[in-house]
Structures are given as structure tokens and as C-alpha cells.
Design a protein. Sequence first.
Length: 286
Amino acid sequence: MDDLHRMLALTAREFGADDARLELGGRDPGDDVVWCSLPDGVHRLVVIYDGPMPEPVSQLRERLRMFAETFTGTLGSLKAPRAAPDPRRSLDDALEVLAHQAEANDAFVVDETSPMIWGSSDGDRGPERLRDADRCAEAWALAQAAGVDLPAVLAGGDAGRLPDELGRLVPEILASAGASRTPEGWRRRLRSFAAASALRSMTAQQSGTSRWSVHDPDLAFLARGFGGIYWLVLVFESADFSELHAEAAMIHAAPWIERLVTSLPPVDPDDSPGGRVVKLRRLRPV
């Protein structure tokens, strides 16, 4: 079932749609709906647009038909008994779709009362997601101040000749890195960790604010509070990102994200070596 949920999220993202679903039985959708029959001859794949479609319906239908053929193995699981979907994977998928729609590098959810990031759109997962976000943010800030290309250093896997404090932090980060990343992959991850660290510091210093926007050259993100304690965060590569476009995508996705977050089971970070959370120490400004 996890694969089916990922397939639907990928379908919505690929077609620039607001949602995608599988249907069983009933009448075929109307002429103004983008859909196709699946190879099993029983199910339908339907793409949902809340607003104008990016292409004519006929073209989208043909693209969808060919697109669905690439998921023959995934669709085969429709014939087998299926367990309930993993709520954390569903949240990650929803955040991946949101990041794509908002043209962001990453989307994640953090709350104000526990040391966790509950979900992230970043698909390149590894044990480093259990490391302290502020440790990575601290190394990122030190490297920028020293003129060191930290993503390249981390991708190369060698601390080399670095300032003392940075030289201490890099091996600690690499020791927990797991799967290797490219320099660009590290750059994206470090931006997200810096945003998580900065947001925690900002909310600790000024409570009662439900929205934060940062447009610094080295740190660009938009955060909106929801559910009383949660924050939905979009991280961008450039400081000149469009707040209007990003916030519209966040507002549209907020009910979906909130339902998924509130359906998550309780998690003890100390017992989650392979989970979707990132432990955070007490954070300070980046």
C-alpha cells in the first residue's frame, strides 16, 4: 500500500495536479476529467485539478495512460491483501508534493513541544536524520564565515585542513551520514537543518507569531503555524522566492498535512533509530 500512495503522490506531482486517486466500480468519469483505465481492467487512475488544467484533457489522458504503464509492478499489489498505509510515509509523500508545487527545495513539519521533525519531503534518507539539526547548522554557519565549501567537504568525506571547531564538527556529521550525498544534496540538506534550527530559535524568542519569512542570501524559508503547536516549513534555494506562490500552495495543502500529522502515532525519539524524525538540541540563532 505504501507503494500505491507514493505512486499517487508522484502522479499528482508529475501532472501538476491537486490530487490523484484510484477508483473501483461505478460509472466512468465525465469528458472533463483526466483519467485512464488500469491494466487490470478494474481500477481507474484519476487526476484531480481544482483549477485550470495545464494542457487539454485529451493530451493529459494520453500522457496519463502511458504514465500508468510504468507502474505495472506497483499496480500488481492491488490484487493482494493490503495493510493500512504508513502514516509517516503518507506525510512524507504529501510534503514532497507540496515542495514540488511551491518550487521549494524541501518541506517539513516541526512542532514546538518536542525535539522532532515529524516528516520531510527529502527522499534521500539516511541515519544522519537522527543527528542534531543545530549541529549541522552550526557547521554550515562556521563554514560560510571561513569561506569553506562545506557541502563539497562533506561530499568528499574528508575534513582536511579546516578551522578547529569546524574540523571537529565535520567528522561528527560524516560519522552519522549513512548513504553518501552529492555536494548539491548536502547543500539542500544543510539549508533545511539551518531553517529548522533558526525557526526553533525564532519561536522561542517571540511566541504568538504564526508566520515567519526569511529572505537571507544563505537562508530562505517560509513557515506557517497550524494545529496550535506545529509548523509547516518550506525551504528555498534563493532568497527571492515568491511568498505569494509559496503561501498559496501551503494554504491549499494545510488541511491535508494537518490530518496526516494528527494521525501520526506517538514516537519516542530514543527508540526510533530508523524513523522519520530528527533530534534537535536546544537551538540558537544561525
